[in-house]
Design a protein around this ligand. Structure first.
Ligand code: PLP
Length: 250
């Protein structure tokens, strides 16, 4: 599916036949796929298309949830109430492997409403106590330290700093501004000459003490929600030095 085109989504649902489409999975800000914030109004329009055609709207909150977009499941930010949400990563901050699915009453009803009916679904480690304890501890810290509100501040602070790197000769543009994640798109001409450019900058930046993510044509940024402004400065300084080093090595 096009990631930013609700009209295209509707056309596809109609072409396939709405009765043959069970669900639409939507990652509000595409993360590992490139850090692509949605165009204004797209998420709401896509959710409306799903409602109109009786297609379940499933929010992928694996990256966007637990504060990354400043709220619990990411998608609330757009005023959308999903039929289901899937989550992982941030729920336990990576300290334990924990993931889950939340379903609306409408989706859950056929599995639970009939008296005596058992939902036959099991995974060996489902509900593992250590993983769930890490999840509970993480949620308690997010609440205690006001990290959802802090995410709103970090969102702007990160984007401002990334924009400050956009003048670098290896950088084409900075993107982000929807949640505490962003990217630097690298110069297409340099990328054509050196397809491993993101990995080169990643390595040089890592040597200077910051972890960024090399992506196909970009560098991804997703600092912890506990970051201070000084941490962000360190991240950006290390990245600029990494870009300089990579440029000197070409
Ligand atoms: C947005 C998104 N959804 C889903 C997944 C897969 O999650 P899991 O490995 O918990 O199934 C990932 C993994 O990186 C992801 O980034």
């Amino acid at each position: 599916m096009p990631w930013d085109d609700a009209t295209g989504l509707e056309k596809t649902i109609i072409d396939v036949g709405a009765e043959r489409v069970a669900a639409f999975f939507c990652e509000p800000v595409i993360g590992a796929g490139g850090v692509l914030p949605p165009p204004e109004g797209y998420i709401q329009a896509a959710a409306e298309v799903c409602r109109r055609h009786g297609v379940l709207f499933v929010a992928d909150a694996v990256i966007c949830g637990f504060g990354r977009l400043g709220d619990w499941f990411g998608v609330e930010r757009f005023g959308v109430r999903p039929d289901m949400a899937v989550f992982a990563k941030g729920v336990a901050s990576g300290y334990q492997p924990l993931g889950g699915v939340v379903a609306s009453g409408k989706v859950a009803a056929p599995f639970w409403d009939e008296p005596g009916r058992v939902f036959r679904h099991g995974q060996t480690y489902a509900g593992h106590p250590a993983a769930c304890a890490a999840g509970s501890a993480t949620i308690a810290l997010l609440e205690r330290d006001g990290l959802l509100a802090r995410a709103d501040e970090l969102e702007t602070a990160l984007l401002d700093r990334l924009r400050g790197l956009a003048d670098h000769p290896l950088v084409e543009h900075a993107r982000g501004g929807v949640g505490v994640l962003g990217a630097l798109g690298l110069d297409p001409q340099r990328l054509a000459e050196y397809p491993d450019l993101p990995a080169r900058v990643f390595r040089a930046t890592r040597e200077r003490g910051a972890l960024i993510r090399p992506m196909g044509t970009a560098l991804g940024f997703s600092p912890p929600l506990t970051s201070t402004d000084e941490h962000l400065d360190t991240l950006v300084e290390a990245t600029r030095a990494g870009l300089d080093q990579a440029a000197a090595d070409l």
